[in-house]
Design a protein around this ligand. Sequence first.
Ligand code: Q9C
Ligand code: ZN
Length: 338
Amino acid sequence: MKTQVFVPEHHSKHQPSEDLSDGTPPFPHPEIPQRIDAIVMALKALPDLEFLTESGLAKDEVRQLHDADYVDFLMAITAQLGSNAQYIPSIFHDDMSDAPLRFQGGMYCNEIGTPIGLGSIPAALNSAAAALSAARYIQQTHKDTIVLCRPPGHHAGRRRYGGYCFFNNAYLASKWLAQEGRCCPVLDIDYHLGDGSIEFAGPKTPYFSLHADPWKNYPYLDARAKADRPHTHLAILERDTGIAQYLEHLSLALEALTDYTPDFTVLSLGLDTLISDHIQDAPIKIAQEDFYDIGARIATAIKTPVLIVLEGGYDVSHLGTAMAQFWEGFRHSRLALQ
Ligand code: Q9C
Ligand code: ZN
């Protein structure tokens, strides 16, 4: 039986052109459609994978995780955009509900690197739909499954977008899988702290994350302020962390995760830990082939079916290999344990 790979059909409608977060001049936006093309191409060279195109939009479902006024805003601002326009908020306050619509984004976002174009929200709804289809599939079949979400999701909070994310794909899946008393932790190995995901941690959906120091890297916040939350396990990867140290942190997170006796697991898989990924402000030293060991370690430790959800990863020329390495390590471990 082949492993299913869910691919959102409309992701390429989201084409942010530039990222203003480092000031002027802006840099070419790294969260581009070619990311998915590169990963699909590399996975197609591997055996026993079957690709399934997701064309749905999770318009209603995202409202179970995100606030109604937040989703309404994203729809309303989209309806006002011309075909080449990109919306970025300019003024930031907690409550701007009486401001003109074009300023209200400032209460649903706190950075300027996530432009919204005409196709952005449709793409994000499609990405969310793919995550939910994969969740339904894994619930029915109990098989490990891959979903190539784009745009990514782990920086999206209950009422906040940013960090290239709009809807929290991983927690949409986790909360759905945790229905009826089941337990579905999220293990997040993206380079960045999922400051959106952390909002959704709970007793049946605990959050485990390995990430670069969020004070020195996006989202640039004091990790200590987040550290003491219940059902949250955070491990900081210092600059220059290599694979040996990385795997030690990973093993500790996996032990803590296993203590929850989960029924399913969602893996927020960011490939931006790769040494050559320019998104890193305090670079760590994870090589392409290290992803084999990371995949193997996760597959060995986690006994539940795993839903692998794509998050970040911006080195388009090495993304495919990293993903293929991860999957080969994961798959070989699963086979060895059968
Ligand atoms: N100079 C994800 O990986 N901008 N989002 C960083 C660094 C934001 C990354 C700028 C990075 C967000 C899903
Ligand atoms: Zn990231």
